[in-house]
Design a binder for this molecule. Structure first.
Ligand code: NAP
Length: 302
């Protein structure tokens, strides 16, 4: 079992920020990550609203964060946490590789992509259905693809795909978009992006690999088939909080915290996309990580 004062679960922007603040205060911690440094950032094509960066690829910004970890001599421990329990004053984490003990935990485990769960969806996962344009976009070079969703992710990734693919269809269930107005206007100006609103997908078409989707107009009920070999699902996110076995206050699965990022359990903090908040972005994630680490520092000084 590995033991430290603070255990940070997740090395996305919030967990990374918390670790930098703790390091600068000489507070011992273990930074745990199951997949790769940067979290969702590494899967984002372009970031344009993070101060100091007019426009940056998500991967590049994630690499810069990794560089900052190296500069601060912060090591990342690669493990997937499967359970979190509190006994007395200590937290115990069970990972797939090792177990961990700490006095404080910062949960920075983020979110995962929601799915439509239509008939035969499983069959097309990895065979036409994808959740990451930046990872899989190149597979569809010069081909026709669709995106479902109307938020920032859907529209940003549609723009990215429009530079690789011949045509991109956006299927969104409302006429109004949840995405930022600037993004909507950029998308509308792209000649090879076609919008289908208000439409929903009702069927997948294809044998072993997706070859099309059937969509239905929400108002007129008119059905249409679009021949696409790729479908990118960007219909929102769900929290990665299932490993927490404690009786913690959640809202729709997201962790509720106070203004200090502390959950309903003493010394258990939640930062970034995993917590209940109004805005899930890199800039708000870094804010959360900084606050949690600062509160832990103050508590240790008391
Ligand atoms: P989101 O903002 O929650 O948008 C999800 C979209 O999917 C909405 O348009 C929603 O439609 C649609 N949707 C949800 N369930 C659906 C279903 N069952 N069938 C069809 N459509 C469905 O999710 P996101 O775009 O992944 O973004 C997540 C968070 O990250 C947001 O807070 C977003 O602002 C943030 N983000 C920020 C940036 C940036 O600032 N650069 C980039 C990416 C993401 P309705 O509109 O009808 O609800």
């Amino acid at each position: 079992m590995l033991e430290s004062k603070v255990l940070i679960i997740g090395a996305g922007p919030s967990g990374i920020t918390a670790s930098i603040y703790l390091k600068r205060s000489n507070i011992p911690f273990i930074l745990l990550e199951k997949y790769m440094v940067g979290g969702k950032l590494s899967l984002t094509s372009s970031i344009e609203n993070y101060p100091g960066f007019k426009q940056e690829d998500g991967v590049q910004l994630a690499l810069k964060m990794q560089d900052q970890l190296n500069y601060n001599n912060i090591e990342v421990t690669y493990d997937e946490i499967v359970s979190l329990k509190k006994e007395g004053n200590y937290f115990f984490l069970k990972g797939k590789e090792d177990n961990y003990k700490g006095e404080f935990v910062i949960v920075a485990s983020g979110t995962k992509e929601k799915r439509l769960f239509l008939n035969h969806e499983d069959k097309y996962l990895g065979h036409g259905i994808s959740f990451c344009a930046i990872c899989d976009g190149a597979l569809y070079k010069n081909k026709e693809v669709a995106i479902v969703g109307g938020g920032n992710s859907a529209l940003e990734e549609a723009l990215y795909l429009s530079s690789i693919c011949q045509k991109v269809y956006i299927v969104h269930r409302r006429d109004k978009f949840k995405a930022d107005a600037q993004l909507v206007s950029k998308v509308k100006q792209k000649a090879n992006i076609k919008l289908f609103t208000p439409y929903v997908i009702i069927n997948y078409i294809g044998d072993k690999h997706l070859s099309g989707i059937e969509i239905e107009n929400v108002e007129t009920k008119q059905k249409e088939k679009i021949l696409v070999v790729g479908l990118f699902m960007y219909i929102g996110l769900e929290p990665n909080a299932k490993f927490i076995e404690e009786d913690i206050i959640l809202e729709d699965g997201f962790i509720k915290t106070d203004m200090n990022m502390e959950s309903s359990i003493n010394n258990l903090f939640a930062v970034g996309d995993i917590k209940v908040k109004t805005l899930r972005q890199v800039v708000t994630a870094t804010n959360d990580g900084a606050i949690a680490a600062t509160i832990i520092k103050k508590r240790l000084e008391e």
